[in-house]
Design a protein around this ligand. Structure first.
Ligand code: TNX
Length: 557
């Protein structure tokens, strides 16, 4: 009897194997974003106990990244992967050769060695991300897994990104996320070779960054007395909600991000979305207040008053501190959704309009011109400090001074117009990159969201160069997705909205169009899902036909 069972099992296995071999599965290395050139070879390299070599003389950042990789390998495999400065024909060796190109790297794995040659410290980091994803998923668990199969498949890889700007956005105003969660978010971005975090730090619902000159901004401007319940605008849960980052915490996050190749672009959203600040400094508004830190979502009509000089002194003081904290060459100054109703009635604003000689024309009101004045004045200040501004696509309305970068969010048209007018552009259209939207049509099972529908497939289908005139294509710096957190309170929910759409985004940012292949990326996603499980990320499985986040009720359309 037992013998029969064994025979049956063996027959079934042979049958399965032969039917599998009929399916043409193109082999990949299961890395997301998929490297540009991959040539698989026979055999494998044994990782456990292999020494790691770092070419002497390469810069400190690259060296630190390699040493960290050696340490994580030692811990995961349970065998020391000694870190050495020097060269060797055996083991895992890293070197830098600028002729490989910016952010680029080559990996050559055979049975005796793993050789990495990168163009710069970013290339070193990206080679490590690629190797990490090729290792057993236990690499990401943070605990030793000596029984895993610690090998790397023999392969030659040559890889470089399509776009220089590969961003992800995070709104910490509507809901606040602690430093540890921001770092976890940065880690998963880095795993996907992203290099910019757009950190939305201030808004109507809370000011979340300490400014030393105005301590009450964070102390009081970060606290709202309640939050609307679900999508019910007339409600308020009456529960005090707050949180902000001290400057020490900001510095810590900035340097952590830098160590994993990510520059943080801070956003101070102005002149609209300012209720957090207006609550503390009502004299900066047109009516003088009082103003509340907002408990509801949407667009407030109460905005900063550009008729008063004090407003500009405030903006400059805040930005001066922000520019010291963030080494980024860009500072995001918002510019979106700024209603002009108060400006129309405000004597100070009207006086300013008159003094500046701003007049309406067929396309733009005098008040829109006044916003142009705000943008130009702040831009001039930022430029004087050796930095550049980014603004949402509203800053295009009317006039915009040279050197501004535009984030096209209300569609791609703003981006096409901006690029054609000679401005640099980052594409972030709601249609494809709003990760606060539902990610499947099973909205009855998905956690309540702001609405809309942006599936994994939709994200993946975007081509930023579509509709861009050839002459303007150099102005498309790259792509970013935005994660607004009106309806997202917990780290689990935040991660759920991020993953795995981040995987689709990373291929739009990194891969050349010919490399993109939805079936292939979905297969790689099964592997990535295991990495997420090992590393403790919550992720959405809608791509695999599973819906919902345990404990979070579905929302209506
Ligand atoms: C629009 S995108 C906004 C945000 C909201 C978001 C919700 C942009 C510049 N402004 O203030 O959070 O929609 O999807």
């Amino acid at each position: 009897m037992r013998k029969n069972v064994i025979l049956y099992c063996a027959a079934a296995l042979i049958l399965m194997a032969s039917s599998c071999s009929n399916i043409q599965m193109p082999e990949t290395v299961n890395v997301i974003p998929e490297p540009q050139n991959v040539t698989l070879k026979d055999g494998a390299f044994k990782v456990a106990g292999a020494a790691v070599y770092c070419q002497p003389g390469i810069d400190g950042i690259a060296t630190a990244r390699i040493e960290k990789f050696a340490n994580v390998l030692s811990n995961a495999t349970g065998k020391k992967c000694a870190f050495n400065s020097g060269k060797s024909a055996k083991g895992i060796s890293f070197s830098v050769d600028p002729s490989v190109g910016k952010e680029s790297y080559c990996i050559d794995i055979d049975k005796r060695s793993v050789k990495v040659v990168a163009g710069d410290a970013s290339g070193i980091l990206y080679s490590i991300q690629t190797l990490s994803q090729m290792l057993p998923v236990e690499f990401f668990s943070g605990v030793p897994a000596p029984h895993a199969d610690w090998v790397l498949r023999c392969v030659s890889i040559k890889d470089q990104p399509r776009f220089g700007y590969r961003g992800m956005h995070m709104d910490v105003s509507r809901h606040f996320f602690p430093v540890e969660e921001v770092k976890k978010y940065l880690d998963v971005m880095a795993l996907h070779k992203m290099n910019r975090l757009h950190w939305h730090l201030t808004d109507d619902q809370g000011w979340r960054i300490e400014i030393r000159k105005y301590p009450e901004l964070a102390q009081k401007g970060s606290v709202r007395k309640g939050t609307m319940i679900g999508r019910n605008w007339s409600t308020n849960d009456g529960i005090e909600y707050g949180g902000y980052y001290t400057q020490d915490e900001i510095r810590d996050v900035v340097s952590y991000a830098e160590s994993i190749g990510i520059t943080i672009i801070p956003e101070i959203d102005l002149p609209g979305h300012m209720m957090g600040a207006l609550h503390v400094y009502p004299q900066l508004g047109c009516t003088g207040g009082p103003y509340e830190v907002w408990h509801q979502w949407g667009v407030s009509e109460q905005v900063l008053c550009p008729g008063k000089e004090e407003t500009f002194a405030f903006i400059e003081d805040v930005l001066a501190e922000v520019m010291v904290l963030f080494p980024s060459e860009y500072i995001h100054i918002g510019g979106d959704e700024c209603p002009k109703t108060e400006w129309e009635k405000c004597p100070d604003c009207q006086k300013r309009i008159k003094e500046l000689g701003l007049t309406a024309d067929a396309g733009h009101s005098a008040e829109t011109r006044l916003q142009n004045y705000v943008t130009a004045r702040v831009q001039e200040f930022v430029n004087r400090h050796g930095k550049k501004i980014i603004g949402w696509d509203e800053i295009l309305e009317g006039e915009l001074a040279e050197g501004a970068t535009v984030m096209s969010w209300r569609g791609v048209e703003g981006g096409i117009e901006a690029a054609s007018r000679g401005f640099d552009v980052i594409m972030v259209p709601t249609s494809h990159f709003y990760f606060d939207y539902y990610q499947s049509d099973r909205t009855d099972l998905e956690p309540l969201s702001i609405g809309g529908n942006v599936t994994f497939e939709k994200v993946y289908s975007f081509d930023p160069m579509n509709g861009i005139p050839e002459s303007a294509s150099k102005h498309i710096l790259g792509v970013q997705a935005n994660l607004w957190t009106e309806y997202i309170r917990t780290p689990e929910h935040l991660e759920y909205m991020l993953l795995p759409r981040l995987d689709a985004l990373s291929e739009v940012q990194w891969c050349s169009p010919e490399k993109r292949d939805l079936d292939r990326v979905k297969r790689s996603l099964e592997h990535m899902g295991q990495i997420y499980d090992q590393a403790g990320y919550t992720w959405c499985k809608a791509v695999f036909g599973e819906y919902g986040l345990p404990g979070m009720p579905g929302g209506r359309n």
